[in-house]
Design a protein around this ligand. Structure first.
Ligand code: F3S
Length: 751
């Protein structure tokens, strides 16, 4: 099923299904459609009956592909294995890119990563082979670049276990970042559930020129809309200006749509995408896309009257767009280059740059590398070198080998550049620096996508800025954040000279150097999945037990969470990430950020059994060992945040039977249901206040569990008083089956 070899067939199938779905949806909606609507509705599981209210309903969709990176793939695959399926229901790939540290340079860094992460790589490689998933080895490239080069296609729908999955929107795909549970569900044959997004139109006019690049379009847009401006929205680009941006430039823009919080971002099919498909050996898909252009572009009425059909329309003139940088610490603090001196002085930034870094999944195309190398070439001629350290992270072996052949690598190295592995490295905090210690103030600029505090080098005192690779290169040469190559000169042995604007081909004249050495083709059933019995990082999952057919009685209250309790509070990341593939070990982090409503303390509870105060997870383990089940009581919007599956799996593992809240964040509510936990809501939200620390809890009515039928929380107080509290729920028939079987995956497993 998986593999580069099947893409054309998949595209044909997708276009046929999209046409079929759209004929139903058009009859129902009776209005012109945006491109985003065509792609999303083209992938509906049930176009006849699906509620299509944008911004409100939840769509059940059938994605075409699943992509996973090495950190998140571990739990996704472990869960998928529980489904009992022999292979993924849709083509899927795994990419080893996040666990490679940047320290001494590519060869040494890769060797260290192979050693440190051997067991994770062995597991991912063997499980991918066994379950028919494409596997890209460490060093083969960064997930989104490899996807763009090999798998993305116009009009497709993809989910990926990484926030920057929307990168594939540069090739006309709706591609969304999701949690591992969504990936395992889709691989196991379930739908992907997502809030039906509204669509924001961004009209691009004019033409990029000089020092301005695609990065400046998205930095400008994030500055305008802010980091929350895209929530539950798809950003759809249209207008003549789109044609002036290369396919990979478009991918830079859609990649960073993640910084808007958008579901995804998408461009319509055009000649630049066609060129890219042809250059990456997919002329057949380009041809097919052209034949289906009507479903790969918005309806003409939408383009003629965008204000009528998009939720809002924003116009950006590329001809007058100035290069921008953004930061520190947030991607929506944007500064036009001409204002950096003034803003820097006002804010008191350190303006000497300690480092400039280019590349990452966001900006490591051939065009990015070529334009940056053209500046390095000028520098060499002028007799100057980088004043700051300068690192280059290529996005894939294909890009790396092509820029080696075409001399760009040499251009970087000639002026002091250091080539890093084809991996995430410094973009994900995997940058080990010797030049600055933790706590030492310094300023860096990179062409990545996120600049949260400590994101790159784990030093909270590093001021992180983001700009295009060209601007990063020019600033690193000058060693200053306030260097504006459009107006400022740079000192050279022959006097002060102004740099010329960068130039570079969009695609290599002599074609890409194709390299599939880093790709492992799956072998199927005969392969043994490798997990060491004593592994601290990986643990095979065992199916959760089915419901015993009785009401739930004699349960304890583990946690009554007060106020905000997000999935980060329930299952925090940080150092816990190393245990992502080991449910038992990572469960020690359960509810670490939850505020105990009785004590006001965070992450701790006093055990009813021993009277001792411990972390929630330790108390939960004590209850479990004593054969006691337990509940969580939550406040408003419990479980908001990400779709992190551990936030539902850890409570289930440690003995949680029910989570009862004033209200749920929808995705977490569904995740609890999928794991076989009763996700219930107080009919009267004020009943939250009636639950006390030492209550003995029961759920009555479980034997008659049915959609729309209330259940009862029976509370036995210390003095023997019995209080009955009505509970409501949103379980449908299928979800009740999940509960009865012990989990959604058990249902699949038993089918
Ligand atoms: Fe990797 Fe950074 Fe992209 S972590 S996937 S290079 S956003």
């Amino acid at each position: 099923m998986a593999g580069i070899e099947t893409t054309l067939g998949l595209v044909e199938k997708t276009y046929n299904k999209t046409r079929e779905n759209l004929s139903v949806v058009r009859d129902r909606l009776n209005k012109p459609l945006t491109l985003a609507e065509k792609i999303m509705y083209g992938h509906l599981d049930d176009p006849k009956n699906q509620d299509l209210k944008q911004g409100e309903s939840f769509l059940l969709l059938n994605p075409d592909r699943v992509a996973m990176q090495d950190a998140t793939a571990q739990m996704a695959i472990l869960q998928f294995m529980l489904s009992g399926r022999d292979e993924s229901a849709v083509p899927a790939t795994v990419h080893c890119d996040h666990l490679i540290r940047a320290y001494k340079g590519e060869d040494s860094d890769l060797a260290v990563a192979m050693d440190e992460n051997r067991e994770v790589y062995d597991f991912l490689a063997s499980a991918s082979s066994r379950y028919n998933l494409g596997f890209w080895k460490p060093g083969a490239g960064i997930i989104h670049q490899v996807i763009l080069e090999n798998y993305a296609f116009p009009g497709g729908l993809m989910i990926g276990t990484d926030s920057h999955t929307p990168n594939a929107g540069g090739l006309g795909m709706c591609a969304s970042g999701v949690g591992g549970a969504d990936a395992s569900d889709v691989m196991a044959g379930l739908n992907w559930e997502v809030k039906n997004p509204t669509v924001v139109g961004v009209k691009l006019i004019g033409k990029l020129n000089g020092w301005t690049s695609a990065k400046d379009v998205i930095i400008k847009l994030i500055g305008m809309l802010t980091v929350k401006g895209g929530t539950n929205r798809i950003i759809e680009y249209f207008g003549d200006g789109c044609e002036s941006i290369s396919c990979t430039g478009k991918a830079t823009i859609t990649n960073m749509g993640a910084e808007l919080g958008a579901t995804c971002s998408v461009f319509q099919y055009d000649s630049r995408m066609k060129d890219y498909l042809e250059a990456t050996n997919r002329a057949d898909i380009a041809k097919l896309a052209m034949e289906n252009i009507d479903i790969l572009t918005p309806d003409s009425e939408v383009v003629a009257n965008p204000d009528l059909y998009y939720e809002k329309v924003i116009e950006i003139d590329l001809s007058t767009l100035e290069p921008h940088i953004t930061g520190p610490h947030t991607p929506d603090a944007f500064h036009p280059l001409s204002k950096v001196k003034e803003d820097g002085a006002k804010e008191g930034w350190e303006l000497n740059l300690s480092s400039g870094l280019i590349g990452s999944c966001t900006n490591s195309s051939y065009e990015d590398m070529g334009r940056s190398a053209s500046i390095c070439k000028q520098a060499k001629k002028l007799g100057i070198k980088m004043k700051s350290t300068y690192f280059v992270s290529p996005g894939s072996t294909q890009v790396r080998k092509t820029i080696d052949r075409d001399g760009f690598t040499q251009d970087f190295e000639d002026v002091g550049g250091v080539m890093l592995a084809n991996a995430c490295g410094p973009c994900i905090g995997q940058w080990s620096r010797d030049d600055f210690k933790k706590g030492e103030r310094n300023t860096i600029i990179n062409s990545f996508n996120r600049n949260f505090r400590a994101r790159n080098d784990a030093n909270p005192e590093t001021l992180g800025f983001i700009g295009s690779p060209e601007i990063v290169t020019a600033m690193a040469l000058a060693g200053r954040l306030d260097f504006n190559p459009i107006t400022d000169t740079i000192s050279t042995p022959n006097g002060d000279i102004k740099l010329e604007a960068p130039v570079g081909d969009e695609l290599p004249k002599n074609g890409f150097v194709t390299d599939l050495d880093g790709y492992q083709k799956p072998e199927g059933r005969g392969v043994q999945v490798i997990v060491a019995d004593d592994s601290k990082r990986l643990q095979l999952l065992t199916p959760f037990a089915p419901w015993d057919g009785e009401d739930i009685t004699d349960s304890l209250l583990l946690c009554k969470a007060k106020g905000k309790c997000t999935t980060d509070h329930i299952s925090p990341a940080g150092p816990w990430l190393q245990y992502r593939g080991h449910l038992d070990n990572i469960s020690d982090n359960m509810l670490t950020g939850a505020v105990n409503a009785f004590s006001g303390e965070t992450g701790e509870a006093t055990s009813i059994l021993s009277g001792e105060k411990h972390s929630f997870s330790k108390v939960a383990r004590e209850y479990k060992a004593a054969g006691k089940s337990w509940f969580i009581i939550g406040d408003e919007n419990y479980g908001e945040g990400s779709s992190r599956e551990h936030a539902a799996m850890s409570p289930r593992l440690l003995g949680c039977k029910a989570v009862i809240t004033r209200s749920f964040a929808r995705i977490h509510e569904t995740n609890l249901k999928k794991q076989g936990v009763l996700a219930l809501t107080f009919k009267n939200p004020e009943d939250y206040d009636r639950v006390d620390r030492t209550d003995i809890l029961a759920i009555k009515g479980v034997k008659e569990f049915a959609p729309g039928v209330e259940l009862t929380l029976e509370i036995k107080k210390d003095d023997g008083e019995i209080v009955n509290i009505p509970l409501v729920h949103t379980f449908n028939n299928l979800q009740i089956e999940w509960f009865k079987a012990g989990s959604a995956l058990n249902v699949l497993r038993n089918s």
